[in-house]
Design a protein around this ligand. Structure first.
Ligand SMILES: Cc1cc2nc3c(=O)[nH]c(=O)nc-3n(C[C@H](O)[C@H](O)[C@H](O)COP(=O)(O)OP(=O)(O)OC[C@H]3O[C@@H](n4cnc5c(N)ncnc54)[C@H](O)[C@@H]3O)c2cc1C
Length: 500
């Protein structure tokens, strides 16, 4: 529920109603709005976005070098050809999204600077009441909607995750999280430590290394990296043959997804062989004398965490050139001049960057209630990672870890539109998922199996997330190759869907 002060200022009269309300103008929300226009043209809709513009992740991350780690042929939408290099900068992704907004005439439907505070479902009215604050004017605003489409992402946008190391306050220089990168951070000629081993550290370090005196990537444990050229040979050949971009997009998507499916299967079936191939890719840049075993050999099997693509091996080239180095150790404490490691070594720095990940945000930190009673998503069970028991007329878009997020955003959008059209045909005002008789004795498990995928932000926040069952219907399988057929085939008359 909104806090009392906000609620007290809510204007009673100024309430706008929409058939569908989309939360967030990131890649999921903008894509959802496009599909809604195409597949449910009769529905009125609005996108409420807390930020001042569209893009979500790609708008708010401004650290040097910010780019995708997926190829844009699959991270791009199904319906809009990607025509650039496969790995894209945030600016290129924003341009692409801007074109979608223009081509689909979505701008009039997006309300920026609208931060949603609470969402309350009323069974008497079969609608949600959404209370938001205008971040530009501090004005409370209220909307009602029949259907809530949650495209708010999965992490807290206001601040990243920084572990609480001893004596952090003693360090004299700036400590910066990439998620809140200061516009004027002067790193020229400075010694910089980047703490972290994921895609962000791998992107940032080479992007600033050229201007810094030195960049040290300090990691607790290594990550798998795939160095490769930032080109797609097949796309380039097809372009030379003057094939239509729509075709190129489709063909390259299929080829990429085919190759990824093969890779993912191999990562499960022959993890040791895949591991050795990945390590050989890194060794090819670093040479035979580099200590790959310590710095680039993860303790987990490939694909249990995201694998970071390193375009043109830029991080590894930086290490070879002596502009960057990598240290694998743990932090004992911060000091005035840097960090003291558990090995006893002291790393000195002028600036410390904590590329240490996200804070999970369940449903955009919105206070949810059903019929006035607070709703805790951890008490619900998920239907395919999209809907939740006891939560009517709502779908959440949570993408893939091992494949591009947007592949699922497109699939979920098709599902939402099909569901809305089905409800219209049935004359139903409410849809809710519920366990069927055959599901009643199903074991209820945490959202994600840590044996399958275990990044830090999920492990830290698992207790906040809905439960899953052990059947594909009752979990987010993270398997695009199964879902691409399974989601379009969902029987909307199945007993798992209860209509009113
Ligand atoms: C640095 C970085 C790189 C990444 N690279 C890739 C990649 O290469 N490939 C890949 O597949 N995935 C990648 N991801 C994951 C990425 O977050 C998703 O792929 C995708 O961009 C998420 O899009 P989204 O629209 O679902 O969510 P977001 O991009 O998080 O957008 C959600 C939007 O909802 C708004 N919002 C949230 N709460 C509220 C509220 N209460 N009220 C109003 N508005 C709200 C936010 O302001 C935001 O604009 C990356 C993530 C990060 C952080």
């Amino acid at each position: 529920m909104p806090d009392a002060a906000v609620q007290a200022r809510m204007p009673a009269a100024k309430t706008e109603h929409f058939d569908v309300l989309i939360v967030g103008a990131g890649i999921s929300g903008v894509g959802g709005a496009h599909h809604l226009r195409e597949q449910c043209p009769d529905k009125s809709f609005v996108i409420l976005e807390a930020l001042e513009s569209f893009g979500g992740t790609w708008l708010m991350h401004t650290y040097p070098g910010i780019r995708s780690d997926s190829d844009l042929y699959t991270f791009g939408y199904r319906f809009k050809p990607w025509t650039g290099p496969p790995i894209a900068t945030a600016a290129e992704i924003l341009t692409y999204m801007g074109e979608v907004i223009e081509e689909s005439d979505l701008a009039p439907h997006i309300h920026y600077n609208h931060k949603i505070i609470s969402a309350n479902w009323s069974s008497a009215d079969n609608r949600w009441t959404i209370d938001a604050m205008r971040t530009d004017t501090d004005e409370p605003v209220r909307f009602t909607t029949n259907f809530l489409w949650m495209c708010q992402g999965y992490y807290r946008h206001a601040e990243g995750y920084t572990p609480d190391w001893p004596d952090m306050d003693k360090f004299k220089g700036p400590i910066v999280h990439p998620q809140t990168w200061p516009e004027n951070l002067d790193y020229k000629g400075k010694h910089v430590i980047v703490i972290g081993s994921g895609a962000t550290a791998a992107t940032l370090a080479p992007a600033i290394a050229g201007e810094c005196a030195h960049v040290t990537v300090l990691q607790r444990s290594p990550t798998y990296f795939v160095p490769g050229r930032n080109v797609n040979d097949l796309a380039d050949i097809l372009r030379d043959l003057e094939i239509d971009e729509t075709w190129i997009h489709e063909i390259v998507r299929r080829k990429t997804l085919h190759d990824q499916a093969l890779f993912t299967r191999r990562a499960f079936e022959e993890p040791e062989a895949v591991k050795q191939e990945l390590l050989a890719g890194v060794a090819a840049f670093l040479g035979p004398d580099f200590d790959i075993a310590t710095h680039f050999t993860p303790r987990y099997r490939p694909w249990r965490q995201r694998i970071a693509f390193v375009p043109d091996g830029d991080l590894l080239r930086g290490i070879v050139a002596g502009k960057a180095s990598i240290v694998t150790d743990e932090i004992e404490s911060f000091t005035e001049k840097g960090v003291l490691l558990k090995s006893g070594k002291l790393l000195e720095a002028d600036i410390i960057i904590t590329a240490t990940g996200f804070n999970l945000s369940v449903m955009g930190d919105i206070a949810f209630a059903t019929n006035g009673a607070p709703l805790n998503f951890a008490d619900t069970i998920t239907y395919r990672g999209m809907m939740f028991t006891g939560v009517p007329n709502m779908v959440w878009v949570f993408g893939y870890f091992r494949a591009s997020w947007t592949l699922r955003a497109d699939l979920v959008a098709d599902f939402v539109c099909r569901l809305l059209n089905h409800m219209k045909a049935k004359g139903a005002k409410r849809v809710e998922v519920a366990l069927r008789p055959e599901d009643k004795n199903m074991p209820l498990l945490p959202w994600m199996d840590p044996e399958d995928f275990n990044p830090g932000y999920l492990m830290r926040g698992m207790h906040l997330l809905p439960k899953r069952g052990d059947k594909p219907e009752w979990r987010h399988t993270q398997d695009y190759w199964a879902e691409k057929d399974a989601l379009p085939a969902i029987d909307l008359n199945d007993k798992a869907f209860v209509y009113d």
